[in-house]
Design a protein around this ligand. Structure first.
Ligand SMILES: [Mn+2]
Length: 324
């Protein structure tokens, strides 16, 4: 059994729940822009589960083709909670079990798929692990996470999930991520995983420096707050949120440049803005790709297209004065 998952808290928790059902599963970490490449390099296994990886515009059918190629003799599982590409069909028959809901985290979805396979005590722990993922992805207001939050002191659960989220920002290597999956699957709470709380504290130090940087270097492109060149990796989403607040913009955007490619993370505070929809089509038109949720998404663009993108995005925002 092979598991391909995201390297963040939700992805790691998804893999941990899978591992409670398939203890021998091999876990690999990937992301939406790398998924197709990674699948092409993979060898056939006796089982394949993909968790928490958004499907890209114009690429999803190739991804499913690869998944089908890899899954002769068994049915692969694809579990995700990101909005689907615009060109995704309502119904399709591809020989892949596809579980998709947007109101819960991937870890909660994995838990719902497998909960009947676990005995009572392990099921309770799997629900807890899924809730760590849900808190990290801000989907803890719906069941099953909302039910778990009634059972255990909310502050303790948030602390555990926070430690896990932060530590995974500081240590981004597969080795550490695999150890965490293993420990979580074995019933160890994040605070009890050796060295994890220390890494979380290190991440916090960097995070507060990032906030300081954002406060100082955020600029505006119309109604979009933009910050580029963060001193550390792993904080793009948080920097996007904060940049919008410090400059009182409706959209925040953090940009990371790498070679001739730019990674952008966008957040909006305005519920009338559907970032996912706008960003998907703009990115495509500019030779990039992107998407995510209505209020939070990521984009990959050629470096030279970033300013065009920001100006086009700004002119496509609904006017601030327009009423709901
Ligand atoms: Mn997720």
């Amino acid at each position: 059994m092979k598991v391909l998952t995201h390297g963040d808290c939700d992805g790691v928790c998804s893999a941990a729940v899978v591992k409670m059902v398939y203890p021998d599963a091999e876990v690999y970490f990937t992301n939406p822009s790398r998924l197709l490449r990674d699948l092409k390099k993979m060898e056939t296994a006796d089982g394949l589960i993909i968790c928490d990886i958004a499907l890209n515009e114009g690429e999803w059918s190739l991804v499913f083709e690869e998944v089908k190629r890899l899954s002769s003799g068994f049915e692969a599982l694809y579990v995700d909670h990101h909005p689907l590409p615009m060109d995704f069909p309502k119904r399709f028959k591809l020989g892949v079990r596809f579980y998709h809901r947007e109101d819960v985290s991937a870890s909660e979805l994995v838990y719902m798929v497998f909960r009947e396979r676990l005995d009572d005590s392990r099921r309770e722990w799997a629900a807890m692990v899924a809730t760590y993922g849900a808190v990290s992805d801000y989907t803890d207001d719906t069941p099953p996470a909302s039910e778990v939050l009634k059972m255990i002191d909310r502050r303790v659960l948030y602390l555990e999930s926070g430690l896990l989220t932060e530590a995974l920002i500081f240590r981004r290597d597969s080795g550490f991520r695999r150890t965490v999956v293993e420990k979580l699957a074995g019933g160890v709470k994040p605070s009890q995983i050796p060295e994890l709380p220390g890494y979380a504290m290190e991440a916090l130090k960097l995070e507060y420096e990032v906030y300081e940087y954002v406060r100082r270097y955020t600029r505006r492109v119309g109604d979009i707050a933009v910050v580029t060149g963060l001193p550390y990796k792993g904080f793009l989403g948080k920097a996007a949120v904060y940049s919008a607040h410090v400059s009182d913009a409706r959209v925040g955007c953090a940009v990371a440049l790498k070679d001739n490619r730019a990674d952008l993370s966008l957040r909006t505070r305005d519920p009338r803005i559907d970032l996912n929809r706008v960003v998907r089509s703009l990115a495509k038109a500019l030779g990039g790709r992107g998407g995510g949720h209505t209020n939070a998404c990521g984009v990959e663009l050629p470096v030279g297209k970033v300013e065009d993108f920001l100006h086009m995005l700004n002119s496509s925002l609904p006017r601030a004065s327009e009423t709901l």
